[in-house]
Design a protein around this ligand. Structure first.
Ligand SMILES: *Cc1c(COP(=O)(O)O)cnc(C)c1O
Length: 231
């Protein structure tokens, strides 16, 4: 069992993250703007996740269906959980009642399955469209040029509500890509009702992402330390 002493590095990491976020918000954003800090939990032990929740983290990001299901029971239930990883259509059924938002929708096929299961379960699922802003082959996400069409199609579906955009920009030149995402989000939000979420910014670029209008930063390494995939 880990003690809270062993987990004290999380206190310090979170203090730094909050400080940098507060600074960036003060410098670049209007006083009414809100920012949520999501703790990204992949490979992280439930004890560490719960410690972050004790420190005030109220939003968790899950990447992998199996890992989430195996850890969910051990989580403090007070935090909201959103799905942020690549999601296969045949796995939507496992998370439809276990998350409050799916941030990683990049195809109408995935949207249709979320819609079907949301309706079946008598709920509405909030979703974000994941945008492949850098046009990288290695990454999921819809191309910026196809985004409007995808949102048009998703907007027709019952049981889903498109709330905004999510992206993982290329690690280099993130300035340029974060700026492009801001433009894209602003243009989308001016056309479609109910858009209120721009999810971007990870450990290496969250302060910059705040500068470019993010209102949800997703932080793993910066909070919990380097991931150990061997576990
Ligand atoms: C892992 C992950 C993060 C967090 O990345 P860090 O660099 O560890 O902060 C954020 N978003 C998504 C979608 C991720 O998969």
């Amino acid at each position: 069992m880990m003690s809270s002493n062993d987990l004290a590095y999380i206190d310090e990491n979170l203090r730094i993250i909050r400080e940098r976020c507060t600074e960036a918000m003060a410098k670049y954003r209007s006083p009414d703007d809100k920012l949520r800090i999501m703790a990204v939990t992949k490979t992280v032990a439930p004890e560490a996740v719960n410690h972050a929740i004790e420190l005030g983290i109220d939003l968790l990001g899950e990447n992998r269906v199996q890992e989430y299901l195996s850890k969910a029971e051990a989580y403090d239930r007070s935090a909201e959980v959103q799905f942020i990883g690549h999601l296969q259509t045949n796995k939507v059924k496992y998370i439809i009642n276990a998350v409050s938002m799916i941030q990683s929708v990049d195809s109408i096929k995935l949207g249709q399955e979320i819609s079907r299961l949301a309706v079946k379960n008598g709920r509405v699922m909030d979703i974000l469209c994941e945008v492949n802003i850098g046009g990288e082959d290695s990454k999921s996400g819809v191309a910026p040029t196809e985004l409007k069409q995808l949102i048009d199609e998703l907007s027709e579906l019952e049981g889903v509500r498109v709330r905004g955009l999510m992206t993982i920009p290329p690690p280099s030149d993130s300035d340029i890509f974060l700026g492009q995402m801001k433009e894209l989000y602003d243009s989308i939000a001016s056309v479609y009702k109910g858009m209120d979420t721009l999810s971007m910014g990870m450990t290496h670029d969250y302060a910059e992402a705040v500068k470019y209008g993010s209102n949800l930063v997703r932080i793993g390494t910066g909070l919990f330390g380097a991931r150990d995939y061997s576990k």
